[in-house]
Design a protein around this ligand. Structure first.
Ligand SMILES: *Cc1c(COP(=O)(O)O)cnc(C)c1O
Length: 435
């Protein structure tokens, strides 16, 4: 396709040398299109930009001879906007289906299909043999798409929600107009959990009332709320033949969660939602939905109303190409080490201050109790230019996910993927001053 005539401009031995370099540079991009997998080593920014440029030059708004008389022709006011969308001004999808190819945007359509393939290979490398789609909306809205698909495909009319106090899933349910049946948490030592048999009871009650329940479970959450037992829930959903959606907002950065997902996928899991920013280092605004059930993913994609901005998907592609598999695995390893460091430092601090580190299973976050007002402690940390910690009072039913009074006031500190060890050391140092 690229037929570049350099002949006669420079000495031919130099021309051959130059062509060799060009060929090897372009081979990196050819390899991506041939393999359609996440590269082991990440690509440099220039290659990624070139790849995006090649694709975006396939869209009709870049056609030098195009005659445009539609009401939607990707007309833009400034070239800045073209840059902001990675060159894909026509966006992605057709009004009827998010993952359908868009006639005005062959390049963007290839970009989206390629992103989904690379995403699948990434998840496969992590041990998850699933179909996947990148979504142009964040976790909450992606959950809404999944619930909408469950309603369409299985006539679900009520969402059984083992209570986890995040507003996104709760609003996702009200957004699509479904009723939510909460299943309350209980206290098990320091940990707050939902009993699986209570979930089963809720399912039975809804079925008895001639309703069609689906379950929205939570895999990743702030301690002291522990993960739902998604393996047992997926068995129950299999038994009762009801859809099961999992909120795995930051699940793909740690094997603790991935192993649970692997086991749950052997039973009934219709879709898992994860955030692109929490797991894949993109700006906020995208999600990923994955499932063994390709048909369900198609239904999800059919539920999306209209075309979408390409940016969140481009961001996912850029992250996957830029990091490469090896870097991601390395970051996962570092995350685990950082969590260990965090726990060691918090345990030392707890001893000094006669506090305790809460005994809650969580591979990302830890809690330390405080005798001071935790909200005040968190505010002080914020003013010390620390972002992330949450201060929760024991009577804060939303914060603790627990309707009774929780035994302690506490501070939550996270060591999510990408955290720096020096930041962990600094936050515990500052915590020592304000606790
Ligand atoms: C981060 C997070 C969400 C976020 O939803 P967004 O729509 O991406 O803001 C939802 N649920 C849980 C458990 C989360 O941790």
């Amino acid at each position: 396709m690229l037929d570049l005539n350099f002949t006669g401009l420079i000495p031919s031995n130099m021309e051959k040398r130059g062509e060799l370099t060009l060929k090897d540079n372009l081979a990196i991009i050819e390899e991506i299109f041939n393999q359609r997998k996440i590269p082991k080593e990440g690509l440099d920014d220039d290659k990624i930009k070139l790849l995006l440029k090649i694709l975006s030059l396939m869209d009709t708004d870049k056609d030098p001879k195009v005659i445009q008389i539609g009401e939607r022709e990707a007309r833009i006011a400034s070239k800045i906007q073209n840059e902001l969308v990675g060159g894909f001004c026509h966006g992605i999808g057709r009004s009827g289906n998010l993952i359908d190819a868009q006639p005005k945007a062959p390049g963007a359509s290839i970009m989206y299909a390629l992103t989904n393939k690379i995403l699948e290979s990434f998840l496969k490398n992590l041990g998850l043999k699933v179909n996947a789609i990148a979504t142009p909306v964040a976790t909450g809205m992606s959950l809404a798409l999944c619930l909408s698909a469950a309603r369409k495909k299985y006539h679900s009319n009520v969402v059984i929600y083992p209570y986890a106090s995040h507003k996104s899933p709760i609003k996702a349910t009200s957004f699509i107009g479904m009723r939510m049946r909460l299943v309350e948490t209980k206290l098990y030592g320091d940990a707050v959990r939902v009993d699986v048999s209570d979930i089963e009871d809720a399912i039975k009650k809804e079925i008895k009332e001639n309703n069609n329940p689906c379950v929205l479970s939570t895999l990743t959450f702030f301690p002291p709320r522990e993960s739902d037992d998604i393996v047992e829930i997926s068995k129950i959903c299999e038994e009762f033949s009801i859809p099961h959606i999992i909120n795995g907002a930051y699940a793909i950065q740690n094997n603790f969660y991935i192993d649970k997902l692997k086991k749950a996928f052997k039973h009934r899991v219709d879709a898992v939602v994860s955030s692109s920013d929490k797991n894949l280092f993109t700006p906020i605004g995208g999600g990923i939905i994955y499932s063994r059930d390709r048909e369900f993913l198609r239904e999800v994609s059919l539920c999306y109303p209209g075309r979408a901005c390409a940016t969140p998907v481009v961001n996912i592609l850029v992250s996957l190409l830029s990091l490469g598999m090896n870097k991601y695995l390395d970051l996962m390893k570092k995350q685990k080490e950082s969590k260990k460091l965090l726990d060691d430092l918090l345990n030392e601090l707890a001893k000094k201050k006669e506090e305790k580190v809460l005994n809650v299973k969580n591979p990302i976050s830890s809690c330390i109790t405080t005798k001071k007002d935790p909200v005040d402690v968190a505010a002080k940390l914020y003013n010390l230019r620390i972002t992330g910690p949450r201060g929760i009072r024991k009577n804060d039913k939303f914060g603790t996910c627990y309707l009774g009074e929780y035994p302690y006031d506490y501070i939550v500190v996270n060591s999510a993927i990408g955290v720096k060890n020096e930041d962990i050391m600094q936050v515990v140092e500052k915590l020592e001053k304000v606790l």
